[in-house]
Design a protein around this ligand. Structure first.
Ligand SMILES: *Cc1c(COP(=O)(O)O)cnc(C)c1O
Length: 494
């Protein structure tokens, strides 16, 4: 299996190891597989009797053909070990007759980004060997919270990789900051910057585009790489859990082979829901894909009208990991419905005017699979309350956006096919907002919210967040935004 850029009409081809190492294509496009492998009935039958790591190795093997089955199985067993995914990698919780919640947050940082970031560093480490790379990869990440911690956990103590995370000193929650400041591992560094997330992001981009700096790093035996969600190495592992959920529903007798299911995904960057679309293209019996947005409902508008317009107000919400106006992975969907030439043109328009409108044929092709719904802050809080009252089930703010969207879709269409809702974070990761949503008053503090929520609901605190206030703080450096490069060079000479 080879890969090409979403914008390249000449369709130059790259191996999986090359695209995982490189991240973004040279023309600014994203890497996509040249064809879609299929999942036959016999294969799904076989997957049903496997555990999650074996399912993952099988599905990944269809795309990563330059990795051996033994390599993939070893990496998946290590990534999805029961000691790091306590309670299972992607278990289903039956919410009501037609809705199943897929819990993707049992990993070491209590958010779904672990599903990809536990395996991707292992794939990158092998890619360095496969591509004859002799330097060490230096991963730079600017984070507004979840990605930084998940990347730190994924890359810590991985061979031939070093990592540096920058976060805005006042722009992450107390829990998120503590999670990063107490990070373990001998190849990682965490630095706060004075500024907001955009300043951190801009600083990282500046480092990436500095050719002289790249030469200097090369002389020291390093090259720069990124861990963000446009890398194919993060997307491919996300296909697995949709396939796995179908197998679990078959095993539980909830469906028969061939029965179609619907899927709802809380979305910001369009990565997770695009993985579900790929599973559908592979032949997994998925009917509708419901794209759930918060008050930043740019994708709801796009899926309804065909116009993507980021010239609009940006809102900070209680589902911050979905506060995004640039859904990078949407470019991959455009490529599959309209091809490289039109995708390149749409992206050029987006870069120059901040907006583009797909033509009616493309919109029809997108609507053939996708619906978009959103939940504002009041609807999100009401969904957290209602889900607790009706089902006794505690959900986080991002999952609540999805549960609301799924219910809106079901009510509007009367479609009662089994619905799988992706649950992307532990309720304890956003405990303060969950607490306020449930009880109408703020907790004593962000940290106290964890214990207060657990006491009132009787639901155990997710293991990576237990005792977070008592861990040893390792990283306390704060630098100016224009000091990021110096901080990086200082870290490398340590
Ligand atoms: C990153 C994130 C999302 C958004 O996922 P995308 O695939 O990037 O759209 C949703 N929920 C949580 C908790 C996240 O961390």
């Amino acid at each position: 299996m080879k890969f090409q850029s979403t914008r390249d009409q000449k369709a130059a081809k790259f191996s999986a190891a090359e695209v995982i190492k490189q991240g973004l294509a040279n023309d600014g496009g994203l890497f996509v597989p040249e064809s879609i492998p299929t999942l036959a009935k016999e294969e799904i039958d076989a997957l049903c009797s496997m555990d999650y790591p074996a399912r993952a190795a099988t599905v990944l093997g269809k795309f990563l053909t330059d990795y051996t089955p033994e390599e993939l199985l070893a990496d998946c067993r290590a990534a999805y070990a029961p000691t790091s995914f306590v309670g299972g990698a992607a278990p289903l919780h039956k919410l009501n007759d037609s809705t199943h919640v897929m819990e993707l947050w049992h990993g070491p940082t209590a958010a779904f980004k672990d599903m990809a970031l536990q395996i991707m560093p292992r794939l990158l480490s092998r890619a360095l060997v496969k591509t004859g790379e002799e330097r060490t990869a230096l991963i730079l990440v600017a984070t507004s919270g979840d990605t930084g911690k998940a990347a730190l956990e994924g890359y810590k103590d991985i061979d031939r990789i070093k990592m540096m995370v920058f976060y805005p000193v006042d722009g992450v929650s107390t829990v998120q900051k503590l999670q990063m400041q107490t990070q373990t591992g001998n190849n990682v560094n965490v630095t706060a910057i004075k500024g907001n997330f955009d300043d951190a992001q801009t600083g990282v981009k500046k480092i990436f585009s500095d050719a002289d700096l790249a030469k200097e790093l090369d002389g020291k035996g390093y090259f720069l790489s990124s861990a963000n969600s446009i890398n194919w190495g993060r997307l491919a592992p996300q296909i697995v859990y949709y396939v796995s959920a179908y197998c679990d529903l078959l095993n539980a007798g909830e469906i028969k082979y061939g029965d179609k299911i619907n899927v709802t995904v809380p979305t910001g960057n369009f990565g997770n829901i695009f993985a579900a679309y790929l599973a559908k293209l592979m032949g997994l019996p998925i009917d509708r894909l419901i794209c759930a947005s918060n008050k930043n409902n740019i994708l709801t508008d796009f899926l309804t009208t065909g116009t993507y317009d980021r010239n609009r107000d940006f809102y900070l919400t209680m589902s911050p990991s979905m506060d995004i106006l640039i859904s990078s992975n949407l470019e991959r969907l455009l490529y599959f419905v309209s091809g490289a030439e039109k995708t390149a043109a749409y992206m050029k328009q987006l870069n120059t005017t901040g907006a583009y409108t797909v033509d009616s044929a493309d919109l029809a092709a997108i609507k053939a699979s996708f619906n978009g719904y959103f939940a504002d802050e009041a609807a999100t809080a009401a969904t957290i309350r209602r889900t607790m009252q009706e089902s006794g089930y505690l959900i986080d703010t991002h999952t609540a956006v999805a549960v609301s969207a799924a219910a809106q879709y079901q009510k509007e269409t009367g479609d009662c096919k089994p619905m799988v809702v992706a649950s992307t974070a532990s309720p304890y990761k956003f405990a303060a907002d969950v607490y306020t949503s449930l009880y109408g008053e703020a907790p004593a503090s962000d940290l106290a919210a964890l214990d207060q929520l657990s006491e009132k609901t009787g639901v155990e605190i997710t293991y990576p967040l237990r005792g977070i206030g008592e861990r040893t703080v390792r990283f306390t450096d704060v630098v100016n935004a224009d000091g990021m490069q110096d901080a990086m060079l200082a870290y490398l000479t340590k």
